[in-house]
Design a protein around this ligand. Sequence first.
Ligand SMILES: Nc1nc2c(ncn2[C@@H]2O[C@H](COP(=O)(O)OP(=O)(O)OP(=O)(O)O)[C@@H](O)[C@H]2O)c(=O)[nH]1
Ligand SMILES: [Mg+2]
Length: 250
Amino acid sequence: MRLISQNTMSQYSANFILLPIPEYPVLDCVPNKIIKLVVLGGSNVGKTALVVRFLTKRFIGDYEPNTGALYSRKFTIDGEQISLQVQDTPFVSLEDDNDNICCQEQINRSIYWADGFVFVYSITDYNSYRLIRPLYQHIRKIHPNANIPLLLMANKGDLLRARQVSSKEGLQMASELGGTYSEVSARENYEGVQEAFQHLCQELSRMIGSCNGEKRRGLHLIRPKSPNMQDLKRRLKQALTSKGKSATTL
Ligand SMILES: Nc1nc2c(ncn2[C@@H]2O[C@H](COP(=O)(O)OP(=O)(O)OP(=O)(O)O)[C@@H](O)[C@H]2O)c(=O)[nH]1
Ligand SMILES: [Mg+2]
C-alpha cells in the first residue's frame, strides 16, 4: 500500500489522500480500528459548525439546519491509522412537561451505534445547557451498562458578552457526568476544537484496543445475544438430535 500524500504529526494527524495502488491487496489499506462519534445537543448550538471545523479546519458560518450527516476521515493517532466516523445529528429538545428528551428515532440509532459522545451547548443559551443532563440520562437508558466516553463542548466562546452559562457550571456538569469539558469557539479557534476532539479520540482509541472485536467488549459490557445466532443454535441442536439427521440438512 503506497500513500500518495501523508501528513503525520507526532501523535495525531490526518491522512489527506489515501490512494491504494491497484496491484497491492486493497485490505492492506483498510484501517483496523474504527472510532464512531455522535455529536448531540440542542438547536443552533453549533453542532454542525464544530464537526465541519474539526474535519476541514474551516468555519463556514451557515449550515443547513437540523441535518444528520455522517462524516468519515482517516487519522493517525499515537502512530496508528484509524478510521474516524462522526455522526452529526438534528437537535434534541425537552418534552413539554418534564425533563425527558424528545428526539427523532434516527438519533436513538446513532446513540446505540456510537462509541463516544460529544455533547454541545452554547454558552449564550442556558436552555441548551439545561438539556445536557437529561440527554445523558437518555443515553444511559440506551447503554445502561456501558462505559460512556464523553466530551462536553461549551461552544460560541467568542460571544462572551452574551454569556448565560459560566465556565464553572460547564466544569461541574462535565465532572458530574464523568466527561471532559472544553469551552470552544467553532468560529474563532480551530486549535481548541481540534484538541478537544483529539482528546476524546485518543481516549477511545486506547479503550478500543487493537481490533473492533475487542472494542465491543470494552465499551458495551453486556452484549445482547443475537437472536439469529440463538435461533440457529436451537435449530442446529434440533437437527442433530432428530432421527440422526445431519446438520447439513438445515
Ligand atoms: N459566534 C459564533 N457563532 C457560531 C459558532 N458556532 C456556530 N455558530 C453559528 O451558530 C449558528 C448555528 O450553527 P450550526 O452549526 O448550524 O448549529 P447546529 O447545532 O448544527 O444547529 P441545528 O442543526 O439546527 O440543530 C450558525 O449561524 C453558525 O454560524 C461559534 O463558535 N461562534
Ligand atoms: Mg446542524
